[in-house]
Write a protein that binds this ligand. Sequence first.
Ligand SMILES: [Zn+2]
Length: 253
Amino acid sequence: MAARRPKDRTVVKLEVVADVPDRAMVIFAHPDDAEIGSGGVVARWVSAGCEVTYVLCTNGGAGTADRSLSPEQLAERRAAEQRAAADFMGVKHLVMLGYPDGGLEDSREFRADLVRAIRAHRPHTVFAHDPYRIRSFQHRDHRVAGIVTTDAVYPFARDHLHFPEQVTDEGLEPHKVRELWYWGPDEPDVIVDVTYSIDKQIAALVRHESQVPGLNVASGQTIEQRMKKGAAELAKGYGFTYGAAFRRLIARR
Ligand SMILES: [Zn+2]
């Protein structure tokens, strides 16, 4: 079956998506995950008029090898970096939930927070970590954020009898998300041409100055070279230079 051979690009053709929704949301575990995961598409969509909301789940307070920094100092610094990156990307709203780094749980409280953000900002498309990736290591927070986002999108944000107090007390209406896009999937099924937005993605990513030394870059290679190499490989055969691939779920009408 062709779909089981994702590495063989001559067999599997990803669907090229050029449509831009009116509103999108990126739900991510740590500062810099959004830029890495969906930055190329978000930059392209923002320039086409899409209103984007970022939902940052943790404070990133564990993301350093520098032992002189306290978790509080680091969290403060990372919040500022995320604000700078979001502003640079043209992201309209930035929601910071402030859970401890490494501390995300599949809890009612976290699910309620994501449902509230979805009902308040009403995205057509939500981007998230793929929680079902099994072919490589994945941070626990990424897995948990991906699972809880999936549940928040469907059915919790959609149905008024889930978290009804948000509807009655907070004035939020239920909201049906149309598409859920996972970044980092084992088996992507859609691809977006990011040839003209990848530079913006990379420039936003390096706003996370505290993380740049830790980003997985082979020695002798810059972040830009590494990201462009991967994006160029994905784009092979599609008629554009750089691509970003996702696994997409579409809500039934
Ligand atoms: Zn992360």
